[in-house]
Design a protein around this ligand. Structure first.
Ligand SMILES: Cc1cc2nc3c(=O)[nH]c(=O)nc-3n(C[C@H](O)[C@H](O)[C@H](O)COP(=O)(O)O)c2cc1C
Length: 381
């Protein structure tokens, strides 16, 4: 008997049951108005539930209006944001996918153009479109790069207000029906800016030593955990390395994981880079699974469960990562944009029996019938 694929074995975290280990990674759609989810977000996320993923992440969702990356980001800074998100979580649950939200604040990378408008800081072309620049904030008044907005260094009072925004956003995420919550601590956004010595030059208790630079991340995780139900999982996305001299390192990520675990974080979502540029991966060579070694190191050295992400393209590749114990969950981003049915196809590839049983019955019934009725093509004369 061949071993059943690990990728399609269930995974339990706290009170949440995932039917498999395939996760749709958070992917901004830059298609919201005033932070509100709309039909696009519904269709975008619904297709992944129908496509067989066990856990489906909504995109980075701003805890404060000024914490959006672009004018098109989703937000959850007011109660009015909850209702349209509810419609999405209800559909996902009805189709056996667990809905997850990533809470975020863009820090000095806020006030940016949508990728297809240039992916740089907002400028006169955007103003002409009615999309004005707004002031940005960060741990220190250091722009991401030359030509980018210089952020205002957050005061301790503002940090206190920010912490409250994360708590309020968490309450709303519960009301909206999410089952998993991720704190976005990666990709050069606000929390990452506090973590990295390259962007955090503060001299108060939020800057300087490693303990001080991780303080805000730990405070926010504790705040979120105090509101987020004990039976629901909490993830933290880290840029495992900055990939830049003098920046955040893999050993820093391991040390952070050791601090996050006792605070109630269940899974470290291991990405990289983004501190100096719009990209969401370190400036390292990109090849399939290039970020897997980060997830493996953090998992082995801290004992915290990990999710790996980044150029995971093939079912066999994903299965091997799990078999080798390099990660607990497999997140798919762009490959799911290319093929929202990636998990269903991966099941076929890995030889799961009765493979059409996982498809929505409206499709699966027909595909199964077609398979059973197939006869060999007649020989051509
Ligand atoms: C369109 C798009 C939007 C993204 N938005 C987010 C986001 O909201 N939050 C986040 O942490 N990462 C975001 N990412 C990064 C992905 O979650 C993922 O880490 C990255 O695409 C690498 O995985 P992949 O090679 O499977 O695409 C985004 C990536 C893409 C392509």
């Amino acid at each position: 008997m061949p071993q059943a694929p690990l990728l399609f074995s269930p995974y339990e975290i706290r009170g949440v049951h995932l039917k498999n280990r395939v996760v749709i990674s958070p992917m901004c759609q830059y298609s919201a108005v005033d932070g509100m989810a709309n039909d696009w977000h519904f269709a975008h996320l619904a297709r992944f539930a129908l496509g067989g993923a066990g856990l489906v992440f909504a995109e980075a969702t701003a805890v404060q209006q000024e914490g959006r990356i672009t004018h098109g980001d989703l937000g959850i800074w007011s109660d009015a944001h909850v209702e349209p998100l509810k419609r999405i979580t209800a559909f996902l649950k009805a189709h056996n996918a667990v809905p997850a939200i990533q809470l975020a604040h863009a820090g000095r990378k806020a006030s940016m153009q949508r990728p297809w408008h240039g992916n740089g800081p907002l400028d006169d072309t955007d103003r002409a479109r009615g999309e004005d620049v707004w002031p940005v904030a960060a741990p220190s008044a250091i722009p991401m790069d030359s030509g980018w907005l210089t952020p205002h260094a957050l005061s301790v009072e503002e940090i206190t207000g920010l912490r409250q925004s994360w708590k309020d956003a968490t309450r709303r995420a519960i009301d909206a029906g999410f089952e998993v919550l991720e704190v976005h601590g990666a990709h050069g956004y606000l929390l990452h800016e506090f973590l990295s010595p390259l962007s955090n030059k503060r001299t108060d208790r939020y800057g300087g030593s490693f303990e001080n630079r991780i303080r805000l991340a730990l405070e926010i995780v504790s705040d979120v955990r105090s509101v987020w139900p004990a039976d629901k999982p909490l993830f933290f996305r880290v840029s495992s390395v900055d990939g830049v001299d003098g920046g955040w390192t893999l050993q820093d990520s391991v040390a952070l994981a050791n601090e996050l675990r006792p605070l109630g974080v269940d899974v470290m979502d291991c990405s990289s880079g983004g501190l100096l540029g719009s990209a969401t991966a370190a400036r390292v060579k990109r090849y399939p699974g290039f970020q897997v070694p980060y997830a493996a190191a953090i998992r082995h050295e801290s004992g915290l469960a990990t999710m790996t992400v980044g150029l995971i393209l093939e079912a066999e590749q994903a299965e091997e990562i799990l078999r080798k114990g390099e990660a607990d969950l497999i997140a798919i981003g762009r490959e799911a944009l290319r093929n929202p049915n990636w998990p269903l196809h991966a099941e076929e590839t890995l030889g799961v029996e009765n493979e059409y049983a996982s498809w929505p019955v409206q499709s699966g019934w027909w595909l199964d019938k077609r398979k059973k009725s197939l006869t060999p093509s007649p020989a051509r004369g």
